[in-house]
Design a protein around this ligand. Sequence first.
Ligand SMILES: Cc1ncc(C[n+]2csc(CCOP(=O)(O)OP(=O)(O)O)c2C)c(N)n1
Ligand code: SF4
Ligand SMILES: [Mg+2]
Length: 474
Amino acid sequence: MAKLILQKPKGFYDSFYRKPGDKENTHYCPGCGHGIIHKLIAEAIEDFGIGDRTIMVSPVGCSVFVYYYFNTGNIQVAHGRAPAVATGIKRANPNSIVISYQGDGDLAAIGGNNILQAANRGEHITVFFVNNAIYGMTGGQLAPTTLPGMKTSTTPYGRDIQNEGPPMKVVELLSSLDGPTYLERTAVMSNASIAKTRKAIRKALQCQIDGLGFSMVEMLSACNSGWKVDPKEQYKWMEEMMLPTFPLGVVKDVREEREGWFRETRTMTDEAIKQELDLTMPEPTIFPSELKKGSYHNPSIKLAGFGGQGILSAGAMLANAGMEQALETSWIPSYGPEMRGGTAYCFVNLSNKPIGSPTVTNPDVLMAFNRPSLEKFEAEVKPGGLLMYDSTIIDIEPTRKDIEVLPVPATQIAEDLGNTRMANTVMVGAYIAQTGIMAPAAIDQTLPLALKRKTMVDANKKALAAGVDYVMSR
Ligand SMILES: Cc1ncc(C[n+]2csc(CCOP(=O)(O)OP(=O)(O)O)c2C)c(N)n1
Ligand code: SF4
Ligand SMILES: [Mg+2]
């Protein structure tokens, strides 16, 4: 009897450690085509032995979390921009294998011109295009690939081709360009079609490995949630609804006619770049504060709270001042799906060395502005790190013993100054005083950049000073 092997391919992480909650299963709806397609790609990455040089570019759409799953380099990009980012990665690292993974809303609607231009340039990237004929993630709106007569939340009477035009046939469209090398449309709906998709995925990747140019597989894929179809009926639905509009098969394959080539990169020293750009950069003055107390160098900082508490502005205060001090800095707001629940996060890095990744998973410093953030992120702080929290509004205490904990009654201090909304600035003041990472003057100078309301600059300078005073007088 055949043995069933329940094991993840090595192209996946053994455990999806980035994913909140369940680390074993994907976040997709049962029956969703994305999960099957992920597995086929992960298996190919393992079999080709390219995991250590593959970079997956995740789109916006249900597959926004591609980076939860693939044990490769990962980057998540703005809606529709995956081919542009993939182009940059590939050109800077010609030996890498760059995969742009995109849905039909992402690729054919908002990113329509991006894919057209990348294909036309014949970029040496591989695009896996998941066509489920709908915007799955946002609740089932019309996509360029939605089928005639198909009901969506934005076409409740069905797609009317006199109104919305006929479905866009992307591989056929791209085949009219000279750029692409290999274009195929497959489906993910039966064992035979999955086997063909598996083969096409491998052909497309091989095309890139051999330096032959742009390759793309369009995969028809089920979205029973978006279609409002019983999962048991989804493959019948695909056969009846999708196949007449989207014929399967190879649409263009000129691999035999093309010769492989790899772009050369030019490596330049920092000095040469400065000379070429005629830049006279100030030498970094590293952590020049007179308030310097401890060893808090090169921190990765997570700021977390509710939307409206000025989390992003607090991060911007630190990042702007860091730039002013000629430090390497990064600032990334993060309010993705949590936006609906009103949570806002911000990641900041300040460093005297180049910053590898701007995301902050395990921060050196956590600034928690509300109780859910403290509860959620306390465990993530690096041992020996610093946890600051607004003790006016957080009514619990952190439990970790291996980190430094600094309660700051930021909201109370801000209220005493006449405006509780400046609690964020008080916290920044407390932070720079506690760590000595930069002088208050550095933040003062750049405050107008971080604040939306310029009339609030003077008041915020006072709030900053009050935060500093709070720490210095402890
Ligand atoms: C700039 C921008 N515009 C709109 C959105 C909202 N949005 C999120 S996902 C999505 C469509 C995704 O559809 P698709 O690419 O087909 O992916 P699927 O979920 O179907 O796999 C849209 C419009 C956004 N996140 N960003
Ligand atoms: S909404 Fe559709 S595309 Fe998104 S996970 Fe569910 S089935 Fe998949
Ligand atoms: Mg879609």
